[in-house]
Write a protein that binds this ligand. Structure first.
Ligand code: XLS
Ligand code: NI
Ligand code: NI
Length: 437
């Protein structure tokens, strides 16, 4: 056992003062006909949880994640597997997400790295036996290595492009081997700083070619769910997958929309100037809401702070979108890390408890809002003129043209009934539902 002082984390209810217990996440509780754990398929992020040590641009790491081993060795890679599984089991988390280089140290020779990936995935498979833990999604890190400084799919250099392809192929193989449900493309370096050195169309065409190759190969090895994770900026100034709408446009433009869904990250949506729920809605109405990177940003900081979610309003609006979407094919990956001074393993356990409790609250609140029905009814009534009048029905059925509508308006002479949006009243309904009992 690695985390000797951490017990199995249990549900103790909202009154509990035990820091190592769930207050709201009650895995077997039935919500809208399904267990909480079925609504909320949480995943551990290998990179933050088992890798990130608090290092930032101004200072060294503050957390010791060596697990008593020498960093960048296979012994350490295996210790991370042991720690990860114990961590997930103690929290009742059933999934994990990884980048290739989160699992093993990368060697200069890609063949050596690939051998290490074979070895570690054998080890993970062994660990998986006798547990109900599975891989949610895998991905290739095509942003850390200096070779990707000009991009991976968007690189200027065909050799770099080939190495990106090789990493994608191997990450797909490992994901399939671990029974993973999805594969995510996050284009950290797929973007640019200045048009003075960039052929945007060339880069976009090449990214799409690489994605088509990934899909073709994925289909050959029985792989199903591909995702793009939009992000507007950081590390690049302009990232091509700016937000949900942009990524959907790209996928449609290049004929990839049947093969991809989106993995929406809260902090990326807010960096794009949207609310989290906005990007979820845009993905959902396009049939492309597949998965969520659960975290939150800080309104006072302009970058991807990847905080564990504690904003209950945001989680509530998120869960309303997820329920309307009929759930997710992917799950909720905690792409989140503790703050730099929260530097112990206990802090990391408490962070997951916070995140899981926040989403449990979001789910419970969303259920209440749906059952209350006032918000949905208001929205329905707001557009009722299109369903309750002859002219409205004609518009919806595409049975009227511009001239006919113009003569309808001319006959009416006046248009004097704009309806109130009643935002403040609706917001007070939300507060009443959240805090009224
Ligand atoms: C970075 C991204 C990254 C992806 C996976 O901002 O969120 O962690 O989720 O590559
Ligand atoms: Ni992410
Ligand atoms: Ni992110």
């Amino acid at each position: 056992m690695i985390f000797k002082n951490i017990p199995e984390i249990k549900y103790e209810g909202p009154k509990s003062k035990n820091p190592l217990a769930f207050k709201f996440y009650d895995s077997d509780k039935i919500v809208l006909g399904k267990k909480m754990s079925e609504h909320l398929e949480f995943a551990l992020s290998w990179w933050h949880t088992l890798g990130a040590n608090g290092v930032d641009m101004f200072g060294q790491g503050t957390a010791d994640k060596s697990l008593g081993k020498e960093l960048n060795t296979m012994e350490h890679a295996k210790a991370k597997v042991d720690a990860g599984f114990e961590f997930m089991q103690k929290l009742g988390i059933k999934y994990f997400c990884f980048h290739d280089v989160d699992l093993v140290p990368e060697d200069a020779d890609i063949n050596v790295t690939n051998q290490r990936l074979d070895e570690i995935s054998d080890y993970i498979l062994e660990k998986m036996q006798g547990t109900d833990i599975k891989c949610l999604w895998g991905t290739a890190n095509m942003f850390s290595n200096p070779r990707f400084m000009n991009g991976a799919g968007s690189t200027n250099d065909v050799e770099v492009y080939a190495f990106a392809a090789a990493q994608i192929k191997k990450a797909l193989d490992i994901t399939v081997k671990l029974g993973g449900r999805g594969y995510v493309f996050w284009g950290g370096r797929e973007g640019y700083e200045t048009l003075l050195n960039t052929d945007v169309k060339f880069e976009l065409d090449n990214i799409a070619r690489l994605m088509h190759m990934a899909v073709d190969y994925g289909r050959k090895i029985g792989f199903k769910d591909f995702y793009i994770e939009p992000k507007p900026k950081e590390p690049m100034k302009h990232q091509y997958d700016y937000d949900a709408a942009t990524a959907i446009g790209f996928l449609k433009q290049y004929g990839l929309d049947k093969d991809f869904k989106l993995n929406i990250e809260a902090n990326h949506a807010t960096l794009a100037g949207h609310t989290f729920e906005h990007d979820l809605r845009i993905a959902s109405i396009n049939g492309m809401l597949g998965s969520i990177d659960a975290n939150q940003g800080d309104p006072h900081l302009g970058w991807d702070t990847d905080e564990f979610p504690f904003d209950v309003y945001s989680a509530t609006y998120c869960m309303l979108e997820v329920l309307k979407n009929g759930g997710l094919t992917g799950g909720f990956n905690f792409d989140a890390k503790t703050r730099r001074p929260s530097n112990t393993w206990e802090d990391t356990f408490e962070a997951y408890i916070l995140g899981m409790d926040t989403f449990a609250l979001g789910l419970l609140n969303a259920e209440k809002i749906i059952k209350d029905g006032r918000i949905e009814e208001f929205i329905k009534q707001k557009y009722a003129s299109f369903n309750s009048t002859t002219v409205g029905k004609k518009v919806l059925n595409n049975e009227i043209n511009l001239e006919e509508l113009a003569s309808y308006a001319a006959n009416k002479k006046y248009c004097d009934k704009p309806c109130s949006g009643k935002q403040e009243y609706l917001e007070s309904i939300i507060n009443q539902i959240l805090f009224g009992n």
